[in-house]
Ligand binder design. Structure first.
Ligand code: ADP
Ligand code: MG
Length: 326
């Protein structure tokens, strides 16, 4: 490991094989959960409060020991690894990041590399690189203390710290829920860009469906006792809820949410229709149906011209087709 951000050889798949947790007081937080999380994907765990999401997450890094089943990182059973060594290979971000208040941002970010015995110079370089990556210019922020940052900035530092030693897995427990909605939207967007770059295996817990739909490659909907109701891509979850529980959970806005995660595809186009009126909007293939519909409504047009990457017209899309797809 040479400490460069893009040098992310390791993104391990996670296998939860029939895991369960019964606490000493008898509470059965998770009964029997089996879930396969592919390497390099962002999987969201969502479900009502108390359904066992945090318990599942903490069984992956052994902050909680399962009382049943097995957790595999790649093909390695995590119970065979020393828990402290394990946690250094797994980034963990929680709602209130828990930065060390009397340490600078740079020192906070360098925590795990320092524990791993990296040289001072290498730790410092790595911290600066990570701060840059999460959008905090090191020249401005490296020497500051946590209380000199906004809530959103502190969450970014938390993410930088979790990534510092190039972990094979990143666990995030409601990482953005303590920041205000506007900052949250921006953090989510930046986080997607970051993930496109580092391609970690990420398990993110949230109770916010919009966040789940926006961030997740796949979403696992859990009900009480960590029961898996559905595990699917966002568009599938919204379009074809597998159980009554999921249908109720995704609610009545699901058609609109689905438009936001479905792109204009060639199958949706009418290629033999008359060219649309002059005032009609032009949209690129891949535009979300939500944005497409908004453009049509604003312009007053029934049809939009659709163009490919090269800007060549490939057909038209109608309001009707968009609504049917939702
Ligand atoms: N240490 C514990 N001892 C007993 N019960 C616990 C403990 N931690 C969590 N629980 C219970 O386990 C269930 C799942 O908790 P948790 O995983 O925190 O849910 P979530 O993160 O989905 O809100 C809840 O009923 C909670 O009260
Ligand atoms: Mg929780």
């Amino acid at each position: 490991m040479d400490g460069t951000v893009r040098d992310t050889g390791g993104a391990a798949a996670i296998t939860l094989a029939g895991i369960g947790k019964r606490f000493p007081d008898g509470t059965e937080a998770v009964r029997d959960l089996t879930l396969e999380i592919p390497a390099g994907e962002l999987v969201v765990l969502i479900g009502p409060s108390g359904c066992g999401k945090s318990t599942v997450l903490r069984m992956i890094n052994r902050l909680i020991e399962p009382t049943a089943g097995r957790v595999l990182l790649g093909d390695e059973d995590v119970t065979t690894v020393d828990p402290v060594a394990l946690r250094r290979r797994i980034g963990y971000v929680i709602q209130h990041v828990g930065l060390f208040p009397h340490q600078t941002i740079q020192t906070n970010v360098g925590t795990v590399p320092r524990l791993l015995g990296w040289s001072r110079e290498r730790v410092r370089r790595r911290a600066d690189e990570l701060l840059e990556l999460v959008g905090l210019t090191p020249g401005t922020y490296a020497r500051r203390y946590p209380h000199e940052l906004s809530g959103g900035q502190r969450q970014r530092v938390g993410v930088a710290r979790a990534l510092a030693a190039d972990p094979v897995v990143l666990l995030m427990d409601e990482p953005f829920s303590a920041v205000d909605p506007i900052a949250r939207g921006r953090l989510q967007e930046e986080f997607l860009r970051l993930q496109a770059e580092v391609r970690k295996t990420i398990v993110l817990v949230t109770h916010d469906l919009d966040e789940a739909v926006r961030l997740g490659d796949r979403i696992a909907v859990l009900s009480e006792g960590g029961r898996l109701e559905q595990y699917a891509a966002p568009a599938t979850l919204l379009g074809e809820p597998a159980t009554a529980f999921v249908r109720e959970f995704v609610g009545t806005d699901r058609a609109i949410r689905r438009l936001a995660v479905t792109a204009i595809s060639r199958e949706l186009l009418e290629t033999d229709a008359d060219p649309p009126a002059m005032a009609a909007p032009t949209l690129a293939l891949g535009t979300s149906l939500y944005d497409a519909l908004a453009r049509l409504l604003v312009s007053g047009a029934e049809y939009a011209q659709v163009v490919d990457d090269a800007g060549q017209p490939v057909g038209v899309v109608s309001r009707r087709r968009i609504l049917d797809a939702g």
